[in-house]
Design a protein around this ligand. Structure first.
Ligand code: SAH
Ligand code: SF4
Ligand code: F3S
Length: 439
């Protein structure tokens, strides 16, 4: 009988990719993946704490393992990720869930192998939460699970300290990987047949800042020069650091998708200031103008928070106005969630839940109506998509065009990883439906 692992991932793309690294470490230890957590010899929870509900979700799922662990005493339960790195949270976890065997922080991922080996020899829980800014480990191979897409970290951590955000506290100071390592990883992924590469960082534009290495636009350009057919994306771009040079690089390299995620967070200057975002609405619109000057068809996606402390009805309607003005192709919308230890948590004017709920509903309605309008324009057009997956429920394959729009279609053959031309027949909200055009 083999040994099995199961990983539950919460949070952002960064965490999704880190789970691939965890999978790599566990497979080196002789474990194979399993779909059902009940079959696992080691169950890992890679957690997130960006908002309270992300935290509650993880707590709920870890709690549900109590019964299983009571029957399966040898099963190892490990909890890692951003939640554990919050001050005092490892102790809370240990007290609340004494049956959890390993608790490791975001900076301890590199020695997970040793932590598992330590646990196998000991009855006691192994808790390792390293303070500080963590290092960069170039060893170990991620076990990628998302073919034909591949993610590459270019930076870790964040120095921006947006007043609402926990990330700088749980991920440490910003540090950049060497461009030579990033380029070598990208080259090897293209050789392995990956068709879409996304360069990842909390603020990719500040890559290598203050150091001697090449700038982000140059790194992007050199990655795009790798031979072979593949798409190149990056996230996340902080608007304050989005440069004309970057817009130019996007326009000059067909492999770089004409799609930029540029989180605006709010359409009110007072709120942006209180959020410590370090740009105004006017600065943001100027960046969009520069981007569109070089890449007129560029899709822009965004993140928006409603209910930030002190947000008035006028601040909120200014956000709605900005959404109308920019015409985002999609937007992730969030209700502000108070994070202990951040500057905003101590601010006056916390917004009542009913007010935030009402605002998020109005915002979502606007975003959805814009998305529907944009989707309707696709009908009758043919788009090139990269097939990424198969939807068992719908019995359809799916893929995205370079602007990030999802299209579903039928195929008798497995076409995952292929670029296909799809003629769009209908649109339903954010999703498009069509058929493969041969040729
Ligand atoms: N580094 C990225 C974002 C990472 S977090 C950037 O700066 O754009 C992803 C998104 O979560 C943020 O853009 C923000 O919209 C949202 N977010 C972060 N902290 C939050 C909080 N306390 N409450 C609600 N949403 C939050
Ligand atoms: Fe958080 Fe701001 Fe850093 Fe993004 S840039 S991770 S929102 S502190
Ligand atoms: Fe990502 Fe959540 Fe951590 S959004 S960086 S996993 S707090």
């Amino acid at each position: 009988m083999g040994k099995y692992y199961h990983i539950t991932t919460y949070g952002c793309q960064m965490n999704v990719h880190e789970s691939e690294k965890i999978a790599g470490i566990l497979s080196e230890l002789g474990y194979s993946p399993c779909e059902n957590i009940n079959d696992a010899d080691i169950a890992v929870f890679n957690t997130c704490c960006i908002r309270e509900n992300a935290e509650n979700h993880a707590f709920g799922n870890i709690g549900m393992l109590k019964k299983l662990k009571a029957h399966k005493k040898d099963m190892i339960i490990a909890v890692g990720g951003c939640l554990t790195q919050q001050i005092g949270k490892a102790d809370v976890l240990h007290k609340k869930f004494p049956y959890v065997d390993i608790i490791f922080g975001t900076h301890n991922l590199n020695n997970l192998k040793e932590l598992v080996q330590k646990k196998l020899k000991s009855k006691k829980a192994v808790i390792e939460i390293e303070d500080g800014d963590g290092n960069i480990c170039e060893e170990g191979k991620a076990l990628r699970t998302s073919y034909p897409n591949a993610w590459i970290n270019i930076t870790y951590g964040c120095d921006n300290f947006c007043s609402y955000c926990i990330v700088p506290y749980v991920r440490g100071r910003e540090r950049s990987r060497r461009s030579a390592d990033v380029l070598a990883e990208a080259q090897s992924l293209v050789c392995d047949g990956y068709k879409e590469i996304t360069l990842l960082g909390q603020n990719v534009n500040s890559y290598a800042k203050g150091g001697e290495d090449i700038s982000f636009p140059e790194l992007l350009r050199q990655t795009a020069e790798i031979a072979g057919k593949f798409r190149l994306r990056f996230m996340t771009s902080h608007p304050k650091d989005f440069s004309e040079e970057l817009a130019k690089v996007i326009s000059e390299n067909p492999k770089i998708c004409n799609c930029v995620h540029l989180p605006v967070q709010s359409g009110s200057n007072a709120i942006l200031k209180a959020m410590n975002r370090r740009y105004t609405v006017e600065d943001y619109l100027k960046k969009i103008e520069i981007l569109k000057k070089y890449v007129p068809d560029c899709a822009v996606t965004t993140d928006i928070i409603v209910g930030f402390p002190g947000e008035t009805e006028k601040d909120f309607t200014d956000t709605l106005e900005l959404v109308k003005k920019v015409g985002f192709s999609s937007a992730f919308t969030f209700v502000y969630s108070k994070r202990e230890g951040t500057v905003a948590a101590k601010m006056d004017g916390q917004i009542p839940e009913e007010v935030s709920k009402d605002r998020i509903m109005r915002l979502v309605e606007l975003v959805n109506s814009q998305t529907r309008e944009q989707s309707a324009k696709y009908v009758g057009k043919t788009v090139e998509i990269l097939c990424e997956d198969y939807d068992k429920k719908r019995n359809l394959y799916l893929g995205r065009d370079e602007y990030g729009r999802m299209a579903y279609f039928k195929s008798d053959l497995n076409v995952i990883g292929e670029f296909l031309n799809i003629k769009i027949d209908s649109a339903n909200g954010i999703s498009l439906f069509g058929e493969v055009i041969k040729g």
